[in-house]
Design a binder for this molecule. Structure first.
Ligand code: 6PG
Length: 228
């Protein structure tokens, strides 16, 4: 695991995204508010994404046009800003199907395209103040999932309190590269809990430990404040 403290971590992520896109990678985008800036910066680079495929780490069970949808955020900030003939293939999670059917549909998509042991080239994740990642919340049964690659989450552990669809830890941990993008003082405690000297195993992010890949924790100074 590499912990990097950067002045502008979103810019670093934008470069990683563009580089992966131009290599024709399978890329997993995440939701929440933090990555929006990185997506906008990536969009501004005018890269050709046409050989790549974009997936999602998690989705809220709302229609894709909802202001709560992670797909909508990624579309507004990035995917919709790429020149039409240079857009990636987009594999969105269908939140409107609900958590169980939505997870089953995405699991089928992943298995069809990437097999039962997917190895995404780049998975971007955020961290919640409770140290959740994707839609895997501390203490919830979905964190313990061992077989499935995608799970429905009936009860979200945080706002917005809508059911979710989420990649599972086995799916995430098979990736070639996972990058956490975490900024702000309100995340400092969670960062220490997940990535400090004595990681708390209850924290889902502390259990993102790749079987054979590179794990990068990208922080700004404020988010790194709780680390020694
Ligand atoms: C979501 C997420 C979630 C997010 C963290 C951080 O759908 O909410 O994908 O895991 O990355 O909650 O969110 P913020 O960037 O908004 O703090």
């Amino acid at each position: 695991m590499e912990i990097r403290v950067e002045e502008n971590p979103a810019a670093v992520v934008a470069d990683m995204l563009v580089e992966a896109a131009e290599r024709g990678s399978h890329i997993v985008l995440t939701g929440g508010s933090t990555p929006k800036l990185a997506y906008e910066l990536a969009a501004g680079k005018g890269a050709n994404w046409s050989g790549s495929t974009v997936w999602f780490s998690d989705e809220r069970c709302v229609p894709p046009e909802s202001g709560l949808s992670n797909f909508r955020m990624a579309t507004d900030a990035l995917l919709g800003r790429i020149m039409r003939d240079q857009r990636p293939a987009v594999m969105r999670m269908q939140g409107e199907l609900g958590p169980d059917a939505g997870a089953a549909a995405y699991e089928a998509d992943v298995r069809e395209q990437l097999g039962g042991s997917p190895r995404w080239d780049l998975v971007l994740l955020g961290l919640g103040p409770d140290a959740h990642c994707a839609s895997l919340f501390p203490g919830k049964p979905e964190v313990e999932e061992r077989q499935r690659l995608v799970t429905g989450v009936e009860l979200a552990g945080m706002e917005p309190q809508v059911p979710r669809i989420s990649l599972t830890l086995p799916a995430i941990n098979g990736a070639r590269k996972v990058v956490f993008l975490i900024t702000g003082k309100d995340k400092a405690k969670a960062v220490a809990r997940a990535f400090g000297d004595a990681p708390d195993p209850v924290s889902p992010a502390a259990r993102v430990r790749l079987s054979a890949g590179e794990l990068v924790i990208l922080l700004d100074e404020a988010a790194a404040g709780g680390l020694k």
